[in-house]
Design a binder for this molecule. Structure first.
Ligand code: FES
Length: 99
């Protein structure tokens, strides 16, 4: 059970914040700027992968390919809403909407 829980992005073995943002960092996304998107999120939220903001609002996670490579870079919000063709501006808009 532990192997399954730690393999899939949608399972969490520790409590997460109200908004879990999972950034795909696999090769196609990385080639399209996922690392810059992740760095932007880290700076905006003040947390790293696997961490939750002090107010419990945001958790940032690193994810594996979610099948949206053609729309890279991308992230998933709360295992449900996919955000694609990300730019730092789009991340800012998303965070503003979620605050
Ligand atoms: S590599 Fe990121 S969605 Fe496939």
């Amino acid at each position: 059970a532990y192997e399954v829980a730690t393999f899939y992005n949608m399972y969490d073995t520790q409590p997460v914040g109200r908004h879990k943002i999972t950034v795909c960092t696999n090769l196609p996304c990385a080639l399209m700027g996922a690392n810059e998107i992740a760095e932007h999120l880290r700076q905006k939220l003040g947390i790293g992968f696997g961490e939750t903001t002090e107010d419990g609002r945001f958790t940032l996670k690193e994810g594996e390919c979610m099948g949206a490579c053609g729309d890279a870079p991308m992230c998933l919000h709360n295992n449900h809403a996919m955000h694609t063709h990300l730019t730092p501006e789009k991340i800012d808009e998303l965070l503003d909407k979620l605050k």
